[in-house]
Every structure is written in structure tokens, then in C-alpha cells.
Design a protein. Structure first.
Length: 223
């Protein structure tokens, strides 16, 4: 059938990734496309449980864990699905992933600055280069303060075992820095598309408005 398409939806926590990924899946299925939904971290899998433990703080505070170990925890989670997604893409299917390698790139190198951060991001890409590579990456650019407030209203999640926020979500400043980092990385990569999710008056755009912009890019590459 020829090569399929790999699409990744990224952004800070509570930026609307799951909603937009599922809207995209629905739209593609309506067009009779063969689609697979990927969702990371995969908290209930053997290796995804390591990520869940990290995010609960079981291994200590984020700053106490070396950059490389944090990145490898997430990479191992993704590598367990490597063959499944490679085969799907080879069969001509579309894989839509809610987070992938790009989440490590956005969140993990924030203790570095300037050229050091670029080196860290390159290292992440090298570690995960044997995974399927995205054809198109969307970064949902939501005001971190808006996303932080939305996160406060999330239902309790099983992987947190009663905690309201994980160690990434508990700091607004961390989310602000991650969002800025995502935008900087996007400027340097041709297949990354930033989706402006806020109106000029500072309010959040509707889910339909956001999806309309996403779809305008997707339909160009699936024709």
C-alpha cells in the first residue's frame, strides 16, 4: 500500500491534546482512512508504569533525577510499541499519537540553556531515532496559566493514586518554560506546526476552531 502517515499532537499539560487527537481520529475514520490512535505515556503497560512512578514522585523530585534517566524512562515506554507502529505505517495506515518523542524534547531539557539545550534536544532525537519519525507535529500553543487552571479541574487519574497533579503539573513556571521551549524548537523544524489556541482577548478558542486549523494541514498530506 505504500508508506502511511505519522501525526503527533503535542503541547503542555491540559492544552487539549487528547480532545484534538480524538477529533482527528474521528474525521479520518469518516473518510474511511485506516487509523491507529497512540497515547503516551502508556501508564498501564509494563514500561509505562515506570513513567507513572516517576510522575508520582516515587523516584524523588524531578530535579533529583538526571536528565538522561528521565528521558530514557519515556523512550522505553515508546520503544515497546516500535514494531506495531512501524508495521502500521508500512501498511499505509495513519498513526495519530497523543505525545511522542517531541514531549521529551519539550519538557526534559529545561535545566539547560542556549547551546547546551540544543545539544540535549539533539541527544533525545538520537536516542529515539529508531522509532517511527513524525511526518507532522502539531504544538498546541495554549496560555500556560489557562492550561494550569484547566488541569485543576481534571478528574482524578488512576496512575497518580490519589494525587491531584503529577510532578510536571504542579509548577506553573515549569509549564511556562516548557511552552516556550516547544515554540523555540518548532521554529527550527519544518514539519512542526504551532496551532494558536488563544484569541486576541486572551480567551481560549473553541475546540472546533482549533481543530479546523489542524485539519487544514492534515488534509494536505493525506491526499
Amino acid at each position: 500500500m505504500g508508506k502511511g502517515t505519522f501525526i503527533v499532537i503535542e503541547g503542555i499539560d491540559a492544552s487539549g491534546k487528547t480532545v484534538q487527537a480524538k477529533k482527528l481520529i474521528t474525521k479520518l475514520q469518516e473518510l474511511n482512512k485506516s487509523v491507529i490512535y497512540a497515547d503516551f505515556p502508556s501508564y498501564e503497560t509494563k514500561f509505562g508504569k515506570l513513567v507513572a512512578a516517576y510522575l508520582r514522585g516515587d523516584f524523588g523530585k524531578k530535579d533529583e533525577i538526571p536528565f538522561e534517566i528521565r528521558c530514557l524512562l519515556y523512550a522505553i515506554d515508546r520503544y515497546q510499541f516500535k514494531n506495531e507502529y512501524q508495521e502500521a505505517i508500512a501498511e499505509g495506515k495513519i498513526v495519530v499519537s497523543n505525545r511522542f518523542t517531541q514531549s521529551n524534547m519539550g519538557f526534559q531539557p529545561l535545566e539547560y540553556f542556549g547551546q547546551e539545550r540544543k545539544v540535549a534536544v539533539s541527544w533525545i532525537e538520537k536516542v529515539e531515532e529508531r522509532l517511527p519519525q513524525a511526518d507532522l507535529v502539531f504544538v498546541l500553543n495554549v496560555s500556560p496559566s489557562t492550561a494550569f487552571e484547566l488541569n485543576a479541574h481534571k478528574d482524578l487519574r488512576a496512575y497518580l493514586k490519589g494525587l491531584k497533579r503529577d510532578i510536571h503539573e504542579e509548577s506553573l513556571n515549569f509549564q511556562i518554560n516548557a511552552n516556550e521551549n516547544y515554540l523555540e524548537i518548532a521554529q527550527e523544524r519544518a514539519n512542526w506546526v504551532v496551532i494558536a489556541c488563544m484569541n486576541a482577548n486572551g480567551t481560549l478558542k473553541s475546540k472546533e476552531e482549533i481543530f479546523s486549523e489542524i485539519w487544514s494541514h492534515v488534509e494536505k498530506i493525506i491526499k
